[in-house]
Design a protein around this ligand. Structure first.
Ligand code: GDP
Ligand code: MG
Length: 829
């Protein structure tokens, strides 16, 4: 194959005419676009026939791999092909691998890799370039006078590498001509591979540029240059982990001596041929606020821009949010009505108002947070040096010995504050709803409306409302911990432990939120990049005992355990955590065997939290909870009320009514006695009514399921009403054990009736239903079973129906088994 003949004409797919053929040479565009086209079959060496390409017609129709696909014209312009005749095309079959035949057709073009050298000034780009190309460019400080790139060609194996030595830059923004030039080069020339040269003796500053390349989503190989310096300093860098965290290959080099250049080339070829398995595209996580804004800008872009693969929308959104004018102007050219610019400006203004800082600085801070997180995990400094005084506080907070006790202290403090501070407003709310119920029942005439309002809505929603202060306070503290940047450190400290569970350090934050309410906790898993981590966290979060279950524990513990109350409560919480650990390990083994799970944990800068931000973030988390109260809980309360209320008549109930009327009419009985007798009769009547109601009948129907656990049908029904929301369990028990109508406002009445409640039939007839063991088993069941409807809806939305169904059956099954185990244990003592 002679070189002269093998130089082929290259067209873009958009320029090939109807009925003609081409063989694909390369696809330009950002990473996910290339990926999408590859999935459609557009890979190097594949042949394409143009089915219909009329001028001005969009989209264009192609035949590829025996199937028809259409591409929009601007997409087709990103696919470069060598045109071939029909005869050649008919004799050529591509089987997914490059053959000699492919090479003959593509000629030199098929073996040419365009590589761009990008890095800080003086990191050794030109030395690399000279060694690789054999050219003699001047090595030393880049003068910065001419902003230009040197292009050199050389052979590596049978590939021609076109290597561009770009000017050195610290960043890819728009502040210097060099920066603009390099960025423009990458965005317009679409090099096949960006070779990021990094000065290993100055990682933090050098990796900042890397974060921008990651945002741009370009195929990348990193040369970790000056590796000799790193070793001389006694520093250590875990290259394998770093490479896994970043999602691209990293090769150590000493480019002044030409060490490692062949290894870099080998990686470049592998990446070009899609043989490099370690690659994945990662996102730098900018934190909840910025990510929300980025999402909004991207959404606007999706509606108004037609970029089709030229640029990553995420990248453009980040730069617009940071206030980059050049990118804004570029986007505006594609924008049909200028709305993207407007939305971006709005988001930027909002972020700046919230943080009192320039948006560009906030974005840059987040990038440094990413770099610091990656380095904290992989980099150990030589003994005698101490280069990062600015974040020395991290040395304490993430210290191997101090970090954990500090974390435990903060968490203890947070929960302590939540429940002590929360007790006051909780009491006020309970008083308010008690008063409201009283007034309503005095004002309204007896009947169904009054009953619905007082026993249904006010009692049900009121009971739930009284937890609101706890939830708000907990979320307020969590928001403060997040806003200061401490939560990220907490995730870091927990990472090792969480890894043992097959989880990621970042799962720790949803777990903590889960003690408040599962719904925002499940939403908070969105910061986890990896689907495996997300799913595992989502399905185990409900085992973190949410605050709605607490009143059930409090009721039973104070009724049946005189001593060690705190210990028992702690044990329940720990049991939940243990179940989460075991579940996570088992599910990981069963469902996600081969998934890799290394991600950078960003260490955002420490900030003084502002009250306003903490409130905003608290509100974000609470909104879901409030929605649940306004909808699910309200509806469920009404349904449960109706199931309890109807039917109102049966021969037995009517008999009680008649008896009451008789007593009332009895002139001989003294007033005091009369009232007492009537009260007793009314209580008996309502017990009879509930037993006869739909829910009572249903409870009796399912009672055999709960019987082996030592639960009576009232407990079974209470558990079932907890499907709607766990808060409802206590008020259901209040009704079912007919202490009196306000039982949930006045627990002691309910406690008494629980203590004295006996089996009415069966082998245990006459014996008390509740023993400390039964109460304990019931708490265990409450802890583990079926999360509420709102949490399940969240699971479905975030993880899919399959995982939601899994969760329903798994949690309930585990709950039953655990309660049964408690029952068996009780027989042994
Ligand atoms: P550029 O600005 O990125 O093009 O960097 P140069 O290639 O001009 O190199 C800057 C300086 O670093 C020169 O003095 C090189 O000799 C030196 N240098 C380049 N690579 C290495 C290396 O791997 N180790 C050491 N110790 N010095 C290097
Ligand atoms: Mg140079």
């Amino acid at each position: 194959m002679s070189n002269e003949e093998s130089v082929k004409k290259v067209l873009t797919l958009a320029d090939v005419k109807t009925g003609e053929y081409g063989v694909i040479v390369r696809i330009t565009g950002h990473g996910s676009f290339r990926h999408r086209l590859m999935e459609m079959g557009f890979v190097r060496g594949e042949k394409v026939k143009v089915i219909r390409n009329a001028p001005l017609r969009d989209p264009i129709e192609y035949e590829i791999m025996q199937g028809h696909v259409s591409l929009r014209r601007i997409e087709a312009q990103r696919v470069e092909v060598v045109p071939v005749t029909e005869e050649v095309a008919n004799n050529y079959l591509f089987h997914g691998t490059i053959t000699e035949e492919t090479e003959r057709i593509l000629g030199k073009e098929g073996k040419r890799i365009n590589v761009a050298l990008v890095g800080n000034p003086n990191c050794g780009k030109t030395s690399f370039f000279n060694h690789a190309t054999g050219m003699r460019e001047k090595v030393g400080n880049y003068s910065g006078v001419t902003v230009d790139s040197k292009l050199g060609y050389f052979k590596y194996k049978d590939y021609t590498i076109a290597l561009a030595d770009l000017p050195g830059t610290y960043s890819l923004t728009e502040y210097t001509p060099e920066e603009l030039y390099v960025r423009q080069y990458i965005m317009d020339q679409h090099p096949d591979i960006v070779l990021n040269i990094v000065d290993a003796s100055n990682l933090e500053r050098n990796l900042f540029l890397t974060t921008q390349l990651i945002d741009m989503n370009v195929p990348m190989v990193m040369a970790l240059n000056m590796y000799d310096e790193l070793e001389k300093n006694g520093d250590k860098l875990d290259l394998d982990t770093l490479s896994e965290l970043f999602g691209f290959p990293i090769v150590p080099t000493v480019s002044s001596r030409g060490v490692g250049i062949d290894d870099v080339m080998a990686k470049i070829v592998d990446l070009y041929e899609n043989l490099e398995e370690s690659t994945k595209h990662i996102h730098i996580n900018y934190g909840a606020d910025l990510e929300k804004s980025i999402g909004i800008i991207k959404e606007e872009m999706r509606e108004h821009l037609d970029l089709s693969g030229a640029y990553s929308t995420r990248y453009l959104a980040i730069e617009m949010l940071a206030g980059d004018k050049t990118i804004a102007a570029l986007v505006d050219k594609f924008d049909d009505d200028g709305s993207v610019g407007k939305v971006a400006a709005e988001q930027r203004a909002q972020i700046e108002k919230q943080y009192h800082e320039d948006a560009g600085t906030i974005v840059a801070d987040a990038k440094y947070g990413f770099v610091r997180g990656a380095l904290l995990e992989t980099y150990t400094q030589g003994k005698d040096k101490d280069k990062q005084p600015a974040y020395s506080i991290d040395k304490i907070l993430t210290n191997r010995w101090l970090g954990f006790p500090i974390l435990v202290f903060f968490l203890w403090f947070m929960f302590q504050m939540t429940f002590t501070l929360g007790a006051y407003p909780q009491e006020w709310l309970e008083m308010f709803f008690g008063w409201l119920g009283g007034v309503t029942s005095r004002v309204l005439p007896d009947g169904i409306v009054k009953n619905l309002l007082v026993d249904g809505i006010i009692a049900g929603v009121g009971g739930v409302c009284s937890f609101l202060p706890n939830i708000l306070i907990l979320f307020f503290f969590i928001s403060i911990l997040e806003d200061t940047g401490y939560m990220a450190r907490a995730a870091f400290i927990m990472d090792k432990l969480m890894h043992r569970m097959g989880l990621h350090g970042k799962s720790f934050i949803p777990y903590i939120i889960g003690f408040g309410c599962s719904v925002p906790a499940i939403m908070a898993t969105r910061t986890l990049e990896n689907r495996k981590d997300r799913i595992l966290t989502i399905i185990t979060v409900p085992f973190m005992s949410c605050s709605a279950r607490l009143p059930v524990y409090l009721l039973l513990i104070s009724a049946f355990f005189a001593k060690h109350q705190g210990l028992i409560l702690t044990f329940i919480y720990l049991l939940g955590i243990l179940t989460a650990v075991v579940t996570s390990l088992v599910v990981k083994k069963a469902a996600f065997k081969n998934e890799r799970d290394q991600f950078v944990m960003e260490l955002p800068p420490y900030r003084i939290p502002t009250f306003r931000n903490a409130v905003v973030h608290m509100w974000d988390k609470s909104v879901q909870y409030l929605k649940k109260m306004g909808t699910v809980i309200l509806v469920a309360t009404v349904i449960i009320w109706a199931l309890e209320y109807f039917p109102q008549h049966s021969p037995q109930i009517d008999a009680y009514t008649a008896q009451i009327e008789q007593v009332e009419a009895d002139g001989a009985m003294p007033e005091a006695e009369k009232t007492a007798v009537i009260a007793q009769l009314e209580l008996d009547r309502s017990a009879c009514q509930i037993e006869n109601s739909y829910i009572g009948r249903f409870g009796k129907f399912v009672a055999p399921v709960f019987r082996p656990l030592g639960f009576d049908w009232q407990m079974g029904v209470s558990l079932i009403t907890g499907f709607a929301a766990k808060e409802i369990v206590v008020s259901s028990m209040g009704v079912l054990y007919h202490s009196d109508a306000e039982a949930d406002e006045n627990s002691s009445a309910l406690q008494k009736s629980l203590q004295t409640h006996t089996w009415s039939s069966g082998p245990d007839a006459g014996k008390p239903v509740f023993t400390p063991w039964v109460a304990f088993g019931f708490m265990v069941f409450i802890l583990l079973y079926f999360p509420c409807v709102a949490a399940l809806t969240a699971i479905k939305r975030e993880a899919g129906t399959r995982w939601m169904l899994f969760n329903i059956f798994y949690t309930t099954g585990i709950a039953w088994l655990a309660a049964f185990a408690v029952r068996l244990l009780s027989g042994m003592f």
